[in-house]
Design a protein around this ligand. Structure first.
Ligand code: ARG
Length: 430
C-alpha cells in the first residue's frame, strides 16, 4: 500500500493548491430549485449554507434570517438547483477498460488508482453520494476514508468491501482460470456460519453494508443468470448477522427464485431484479425492500461490450436479460415497488451515471419519480434519509445545478455544471 499512500499524498497536494477542499458559509441563489419530494419547482431559489449543512432552502422571498456577512455569495442565475444525486450501485475501483480476461492484469494498486480517478469523475458528474457494492482488498474502504479525510475529491461513499457468495458464484467472480491457479474470490463463504463469519470480517475491516449474490450473473464466467446461489438458510444467516450489527444487505439477483430467496431472508435491496415475478414483487412490497434495476448498462454491454473485452458468453446472457429487465422495471414500478437509481458504473465508464434517468422515464417513471429514485429514495434505502437526498434545513449541503428544467428534460442531468458537497464547491460555473 505504499504506492497508494504516495499517490494519495500527491493528490492531496494538488487538492490543497487548488484550494477547493475548504468549506465556507455560503448563500446560493438560482432561478429555481427542484423540490424532489413533491416533484415541484420553486422559483427564485435560495440556499443558505453553514458548516457544510443547509440552514435554509426555498423561495428567496421567504428567507427569514440574516445572511451572515462572511457567507460567500454564489450566483447561479439561469440555473436550476437540485440535491446531489445518489447512485446505489457503483464499483469505483473497477473500470470498463478491464473486462473479461483483461481484468487478470489488474493489480490492487492499479485498482486503487482507478478508484481515485473515478471518484473525481463521479463527483464531477453530480453524484455526491454513492453506494459501492463490491471491491477487492477493501480498496473501497481506503477510498472512502481518503475522501472523508479530505485527501482527495470524491463522493460520499458507503462501501461493502468484498462481495460475499458461494464458491464459483457471481460474487466470487474468479472463474476465469483453471483449477491449478487456485484462484478464489475474497468473499467466498459456503454455509451459514461461513457466511456469518465473512460478514464479521467485512465489518472488522470497515464495511458500511454487505453485498451478496443470490443468483448467477451476466459478466461472471460460467454462472447462470437465472439460477439461484446460496440457500435461504445461508442468506438468512448472512442477513441476520449483518442486521444485528446495524448493516443493510444488498443482494445481486437476476433470476426469480434467487430474488424470492433473498427477499425471504430479509435483504434490504435487490440489485438488477431482472426476472422478478409476481411473488417477488409481492414480497418486495411487503418487506419495503427497494429494487435497484440497472436498465442503462445493457446498452453499453451490447453496444461496446465486445470491443471492451466482455466474453461472448456474457454478451449472450445480456441478450437474454436486458429487455426482460426493462419490461419488469415498468411492471414492478406500476405495482408500486420502491425503486432506487443503481447503475453498475464501472461496467460502463464512470461519470455517465445520469444516462439511466432518461431510461427510467422511458420505462414508466415520471421525471419526478426518477429524481426521487436518485435522491430521497436512495437516501432512505441507505438509512440516511435524515441527512442526505434533499435540500432542507439540517441536511448536508450537497447541491448540483443544471441549465434548464430537469422535470421537463431529465437528460439535462447528464450535463451538471455546478457541484457542491457538504458546503465545498468542487465544480463551479465560470
Ligand atoms: N454486474 C451485472 C452482472 O454481471 C451486470 C448486469 C448487466 N445487465 C443488465 N441487464 N442489467 O450480472
Amino acid at each position: 500500500m505504499t504506492l497508494m499512500s504516495r499517490l494519495l499524498t500527491a493528490a492531496a497536494a494538488v487538492f490543497a493548491i487548488t484550494g477547493t477542499a475548504h468549506a465556507q458559509n455560503a448563500f446560493v441563489t438560482a432561478d429555481r430549485m427542484v423540490d424532489v419530494e413533491s416533484g415541484r419547482l420553486i422559483e427564485n431559489a435560495a440556499v443558505l449554507i453553514e458548516d457544510g449543512k443547509v440552514k435554509f432552502a426555498g423561495d428567496m422571498s421567504t428567507v427569514r434570517m440574516a445572511i451572515p456577512e462572511d457567507a460567500t455569495r454564489i450566483d447561479l442565475s439561469g440555473y436550476t438547483l437540485l440535491p446531489g444525486l445518489i447512485d446505489m450501485h457503483v464499483h469505483l475501483t473497477s473500470s470498463s477498460d478491464y473486462h473479461g480476461y483483461r481484468g487478470l492484469a489488474l493489480s490492487d494498486e492499479m485498482s486503487a488508482i482507478i478508484g481515485v480517478v473515478n471518484a473525481q469523475t463521479t463527483l464531477d458528474a453530480g453524484f455526491t453520494t454513492v453506494r459501492n457494492v463490491g471491491a477487492g482488498s477493501f480498496g473501497d474502504v481506503a477510498l472512502r476514508d481518503a475522501i472523508n479525510q479530505g485527501m482527495i475529491p470524491g463522493p460520499r461513499m458507503f462501501v461493502s468491501g468484498p462481495s460475499i457468495g458461494i464458491t464459483g458464484g457471481h460474487c466470487s467472480d474468479n472463474n476465469l482460470l483453471p483449477e491449478e491457479y487456485k484462484l478464489e474470490g475474497e468473499g467466498v463463504a459456503d454455509g451459514p456460519w461461513a457466511a456469518r463469519s465473512a460478514v464479521r470480517k467485512n465489518i472488522k475491516y470497515g464495511a458500511d453494508l454487505i453485498k451478496t449474490c443470490s443468483t448467477g450473473g451476466v459478466l461472471s464466467k460460467g454462472t447462470k443468470v437465472g439460477a439461484p446461489q446460496y440457500t435461504v438458510e445461508e442468506l438468512t444467516a448472512l442477513t441476520e448477522e449483518a442486521h444485528s450489527h446495524g448493516l443493510k444487505v444488498a443482494s445481486h439477483a437476476h433470476g426469480a427464485e434467487g430474488i424470492r430467496n433473498a427477499l425471504m431472508a430479509g435483504v434490504d435491496t435487490i440489485e438488477h431484479a431482472s426476472f422478478i415475478d409476481d411473488e417477488g414483487i409481492r414480497l418486495a412490497k411487503k418487506n419495503g425492500a427497494y429494487l435497484s434495476m440497472d436498465i442503462y448498462v445493457t446498452e453499453y454491454i451490447l453496444g461496446e461490450g465486445e470491443a471492451a473485452g466482455i466474453l461472448e458468453e456474457s454478451l449472450e446472457k445480456e441478450r437474454m436479460t436486458g429487455q426482460t429487465q426493462r419490461d419488469n422495471f415498468r411492471k414492478a414500478h406500476e405495482a408500486g415497488v420502491k425503486m432506487v437509481l443503481g447503475t453498475d458504473a464501472g461496467v460502463y465508464p464512470h461519470g455517465q451515471n445520469a444516462r439511466q434517468l432518461s431510461r427510467m422515464t422511458r420505462f414508466g417513471m415520471t421525471s419526478a419519480e426518477a429524481l426521487q429514485a436518485a435522491t430521497v429514495n436512495a437516501a432512505d434505502a441507505l438509512g440516511k434519509g435524515d441527512t442526505i437526498g434533499k435540500l432542507a434545513p439540517g441536511y448536508f449541503a450537497d447541491i448540483i445545478a443544471v441549465q434548464g428544467n430537469p422535470l421537463d428534460y431529465i437528460s439535462i442531468l447528464e450535463s451538471v455544471d455546478f457541484v457542491m458537497k457538504e458546503g465545498v464547491v468542487y465544480k463551479s460555473v465560470d
